[in-house]
Ligand binder design. Sequence first.
Ligand SMILES: NC(=O)c1ccc[n+]([C@@H]2O[C@H](COP(=O)([O-])OP(=O)(O)OC[C@H]3O[C@@H](n4cnc5c(N)ncnc54)[C@H](OP(=O)(O)O)[C@@H]3O)[C@@H](O)[C@H]2O)c1
Length: 305
Amino acid sequence: MSLLAMFKSVGPTGFGYGSTAETVTKGISLKGQTILVTGCNSGIGAETCRVLALRGAVVLGAARTQKKAEAACARFPGSAIGYACELSDPTSVRDCVEAIKMDKRRLDAIICNAGIMMLPKLEKSNGYELQFFTNHIGHFMLVTGLLEQLTERARVVMISSDLHARAPVGAIDFDNLSGEKGYQPLTAYGQSKMANMLFAKELQRRFSGTAKVAYAVHPGVVDTNLARNMGPIVSVLVKAIGPLFLKSVGEGAATGVFAAVSPKASRLGGTYLADSNVTRPRLDVENPEIAGRLWAESEKIVRSL
Ligand SMILES: NC(=O)c1ccc[n+]([C@@H]2O[C@H](COP(=O)([O-])OP(=O)(O)OC[C@H]3O[C@@H](n4cnc5c(N)ncnc54)[C@H](OP(=O)(O)O)[C@@H]3O)[C@@H](O)[C@H]2O)c1
């Protein structure tokens, strides 16, 4: 447990900052459930898979390569099957969708966890800024490609971030999705995480009339490989004071796991969760016009790939 967790109270769900993926699933059997998790080989995603498998779910662990996915899945208790899914490569994402369909997997939940953060210099895939493409477009392709595989009460969980608040004015800079007209690492990361939030909102709207739900989640601040681009000073600082002030990886995995499987989350579809409780996102997340426009633009991009 992180030191900070000792001073934080729990929220209405009975969970809070210091809850871990193990505590939010205590007493829950996931036998018979199949859950797809992206980014299964590292950080929050690896802990998410471990705990879901521990509780009896069949975990489909996606990583950039088949080798990475299989190596990670071999470390989880219970049943875990590896799938290659390089989110910045449309062919790889389409192949992953096809493989899951071929294997006739029915999905009780998808946790879109994989992500990259604050690339120091502009990088692109298929003409689009790489964080937007990886964190949003890759997951958009994956989830929309698998909609028919979802079970009746399936849950889709987008691991976003409080840093969605650092997205540009207007939420998404639709005129600069390439990053060519100006690139700022934090703004670009914020925009990609804003896109995760808007995708969850629009998906929830499209699920209306069904028992399926979508959530966006802030996992908390955790010392993982995510900060690899932030330089050696940040890295040393995080190692020194991280255990005092940052969440443990178990605490970081809690909210996504809570959203994906807890009975307490079943009525919270369409919300933004942090510390396994509902919290408020930046105001423009609630604007259906922006979410609708992002969905239409994402479909256009995917058609062109
Ligand atoms: N850690 C935090 O403080 C924090 C705070 C807020 C939000 N988040 C969010 O939490 C999620 C998990 O991050 P983490 O902290 O666990 O970081 P992490 O340890 O770096 O894990 C990120 C995962 O995403 C995978 N990934 C990256 N690019 C990919 C691509 N192109 N295709 C497929 N997989 C890719 C990585 O694979 P490789 O190992 O092969 O690169 C890794 O498995 C991210 O979405 C992040 O934005 C984290």
